[in-house]
Design a protein around this ligand. Structure first.
Ligand code: NAD
Length: 243
């Protein structure tokens, strides 16, 4: 059901971000905007802000102009971009976004993290949940920066800004520009004569609209978490949490 909120999808021209935009529009949301470094979609009913997450000016301008109250943060560089870019976008960019959220009308932030934040290849994660600790050493630079971003988002959770992080594993479906292309190039390059593990390994893959739906559910649910206090009123927040 449509709400009266103003939604911004950061990374909304990407694979997952686009599905979130389409799902918001499909449920009748009237106020949807996108912040992305490149514009790949053109909808008359969506406002596109083109800018770099690593630029605090770009982020602040977009957030302020949009009047967003709810932000989905799905932006991240593609695998292979390198540590410097990962740090710029995932770490500095996420910090810029959180700062802008606190300094604006944004009240809820849902971050797309990754299952890679709790997996470094040393042991299988079977039937685990969010209580699982981060590994001492991350799988790679990409996941190291996803961990930093996720920690910032979770720590920012407060009466002023309700936050949540979702950790998808592999995502597949229409619009994917990375996974199937990667698998396909392996076949094209005749790189198929290898086996990973002992042929009993399991990996989770989730259909993209299910991941997008999870983001909308998380965003909606954040609104219910503290139903009794008014934002920016620490006294009633304390009362509500004690009740
Ligand atoms: P994607 O590359 O399709 O989308 C990311 C979007 O972010 C792109 O539109 C890109 O232009 C934008 N972006 C990148 N750098 C930016 C910058 N500096 N400023 C503004 N925008 C920028 O990726 P995706 O597959 O849709 O992934 C979305 C999120 O889901 C990412 O955070 C990723 O870590 C996470 N994730 C993806 C998978 C997967 O299998 N695809 C699995 C787990 C987690």
């Amino acid at each position: 059901m449509a709400t009266n909120e103003a939604y911004m999808v950061v990374g909304g021209c990407g694979f997952l971000g686009r599905h979130i935009v389409e799902m918001l529009l499909a449920r009748g949301e009237q106020n949807v905007s996108v912040f992305d470094i490149v514009q790949r979609h053109f909808d008359s009913n969506v406002t596109f802000y083109i800018g770099d997450l690593a630029s605090s000016e770009d982020v602040t301008n977009a957030i302020k102009k949009s009047g967003a109250t709810c932000v989905f943060h799905t932006a991240s560089p593609a695998h292979g971009a390198g540590r410097t870019i990962y740090e710029l976008v995932n770490v500095s960019g996420t910090r810029n976004l959180i700062d802008s959220c606190f300094d604006s009308t944004v009240r809820r932030l849902v971050y797309t993290s990754s299952a890679g934040t709790v997996y470094n290849g040393e042991k299988d994660n079977i039937n685990v949940d969010e209580r699982l600790d981060y590994p001492a050493v991350a799988l790679d630079a990409y996941n190291e920066t996803k961990v930093s971003a996720e920690k910032m988002v979770i720590r920012a959770n407060s009466p002023e800004l309700l936050t949540c992080a979702i950790r998808p594993s592999g995502i597949f479906g229409p619009g994917d520009r990375q996974m199937i292309t990667g698998f396909y190039s392996v076949v094209l390059n005749n790189q198929t004569k290898f086996q990973i593990g002992d042929n009993t390994n399991l990996a989770d893959f989730t259909y993209v609209t299910n991941v997008a739906h999870a983001h909308l559910l998380a965003m909606d649910k954040l609104a219910d978490v503290y139903p009794y206090f008014s934002f920016r009123d620490p006294i009633s927040y304390v009362d509500a949490s004690m009740g």
